[in-house]
Design a protein around this ligand. Structure first.
Ligand SMILES: *[C@@H]1O[C@H](CO)[C@@H](O)[C@H](O)[C@H]1NC(C)=O
Ligand SMILES: *[C@@H]1O[C@H](CO)[C@@H](O)[C@H](O)[C@H]1NC(C)=O
Ligand SMILES: *[C@@H]1O[C@H](CO)[C@@H](O)[C@H](O)[C@H]1NC(C)=O
Ligand SMILES: *[C@@H]1O[C@H](CO)[C@@H](O)[C@H](O)[C@H]1NC(C)=O
Length: 436
């Protein structure tokens, strides 16, 4: 398909979705269609107990030769969230869930073999010698997906509480084995206990928030507060010049040895938890961190490295690698998903701003709408064959960077999903206004 043709199709979809007679089901055509394509082209099913996505649509479906964990283990934990977010948005708007999409969700949830997963995610309980080389953050990505599965099951027919049970067990286990006062608080990244980083602590906060929402037990939100206070306090992981988190702190002597990279996903994963904290403790300071950070990113206020927190080319950097973060050759599969993860959590902030009519929230809501729409308009026409999206969304770049992978494509799905939701919400508001 030519680019021109794609643009025409895009324009048609846009006209349909913003037309006078609004059909909300149609608003999600873009994301449910891409979701279907990802499932057909990348999904391997249950391999060794774990639902697994192959890296490219040409690659085979296998793990390591000895059927243990291979690289991108963590991505297999979090990529199902992409579909669960889409499911939630449809559900929230009381829209009919398309049949194919529902089958994909069912398949995903039924493909988790919790017995097998428990063995690996909680291997030998607290013995800290990990044969699988799986990090603490890896385990938390899975646990968060489990809570999302549990929420979907509860809305369907409450057949099991197993997903909550395992997520809860992982939360307790991480706290017991990896949380302490070294460097003033927080949890460790891995079993070597050499590094405390933003992502592991953000994930611990996010999981605690899910568990609190599920059980209403305050012990979870209290724990979330402890970790958040450490993150924005003595850890010095939050740069208050731009409200972006740095990567982390090495555990050596005075904890002054830090890694200053500001990865995109580190600016997202904590946000849902911080908003919950502000509400529960009636303390705006957590919410302010979120809002200031969203402002930095959506308003290009961070000129550090040409603001690589954007999806689309910015300033003079015409060879911008969309999924690029910092260095020149970092187009690896891992980082391909960072921006998609950011989109999911930006969605949590968007939901918050819909419910909160304060001026500050309404300003942030508009920032998010513009940022997501701009990114969508830039990315949508760049689809490659089989409705997949490459690393480079600019056609003048070296071939090696044009790889298409599950990560690059699910990241785009995260963007489209939030875009579709924003369109649907605004159509609803217009309809409500018209009815008044
Ligand atoms: C899996 O295979 C790799 C490479 O042969 C080896 O290094 C590793 O120890 C094996 N892991 C297990 C758990 O057997
Ligand atoms: C309800 O649970 C059963 C057993 O797990 C399952 O087979 C069935 O598909 C579920 N129904 C729905 C509507 O999800
Ligand atoms: C921390 O330790 C390093 C190396 O021992 C030293 O150079 C640095 O000045 C110390 N920082 C503080 C704040 O004490
Ligand atoms: C910081 O810690 C890392 C990992 O232990 C080490 O490689 C690096 O040299 C340290 N940097 C400084 C300035 O101490």
């Amino acid at each position: 398909m030519t680019n021109q043709l794609k643009i025409i199709i895009f324009s048609l979809l846009f006209i349909i979705s913003s037309g006078e007679i609004i059909n909300n089901q149609r608003d999600f055509m873009v994301s449910t269609h891409l979701s279907d394509s990802i499932f057909q082209n990348y999904y391997c099913g249950n391999i060794d107990g774990f639902p697994h996505f192959k890296l490219t649509y040409h690659s085979q479906c296998f793990y390591g030769a000895n059927h243990t964990m291979d690289r991108e283990f963590w991505n297999d934990g979090t990529s199902p969230s992409t579909f669960f977010y889409l499911y939630n948005y449809l559900d929230m708007l009381n829209l009919e869930i398309p049949q194919n999409f529902y089958q994909d969700i069912l398949k995903l949830t039924q493909d988790w073999n919790l017995k097998r997963m428990r063995d690996i995610l909680l291997w030998d309980k607290l013995k800290l010698d990990d044969p699988y080389g799986v990090g603490i953050d890896d385990r938390l990505w899975y646990a968060i997906s489990f809570m999302q599965v549990q929420n979907i099951i509860d809305r369907q027919n409450k057949t099991t509480q197993d997903f909550f049970d395992l997520a809860n067990e992982i939360f307790g286990w991480v706290g017991k084995a990896f949380e302490n006062n070294i460097c003033g608080g927080g949890v460790f990244w891995d079993c070597d206990k050499n590094y405390k980083n933003a992502i592991t602590n953000h994930l611990y906060i996010d999981l605690g928030t899910y568990l609190f929402e599920y059980t209403q037990d305050v012990k979870y939100i209290q724990k979330v507060k402890t970790i958040a206070d450490w993150e924005i306090g003595v850890s010095e992981m939050l740069d208050t010049n731009d409200y972006l988190f740095i990567d982390g702190i090495y555990n050596n002597k005075n904890c002054s040895n830090k890694t200053y990279d500001k990865w995109t996903y580190n600016q997202g994963v904590y946000m849902k938890g911080y908003l919950a904290l502000s509400d529960f403790y009636n303390d705006p300071k957590y919410k302010e961190v979120v809002f200031k950070s969203v402002e930095t990113i959506t308003q290009n206020k961070n000129h550090f490295n040409h603001n690589r927190l954007q999806f689309y080319p910015y300033l003079a950097d015409k060879h911008f690698v969309i999924l690029k973060e910092y260095e020149n050759n970092d187009q690896g599969e891992t980082r391909a998903t960072f921006k998609g993860i950011y989109m999911r959590y930006l969605g949590s902030v968007y939901l918050y701003t819909i419910k909160d009519s304060s001026q500050e929230s309404q300003k942030i809501k508009q920032y998010i709408e513009k940022y997501v729409t701009d990114n969508f308009n830039y990315v949508f026409p760049l689809a490659n064959k089989r409705n997949s999206y490459p690393f480079i969304w600019n056609h003048q770049t070296p071939k090696i960077l044009q790889a298409i992978t599950a990560g690059t494509t699910t990241t785009v799905l995260d963007l489209f999903t939030l875009y579709d939701f924003i369109v649907a919400v605004n159509s609803n508001q217009q309809q409500n206004k018209m009815q008044q």
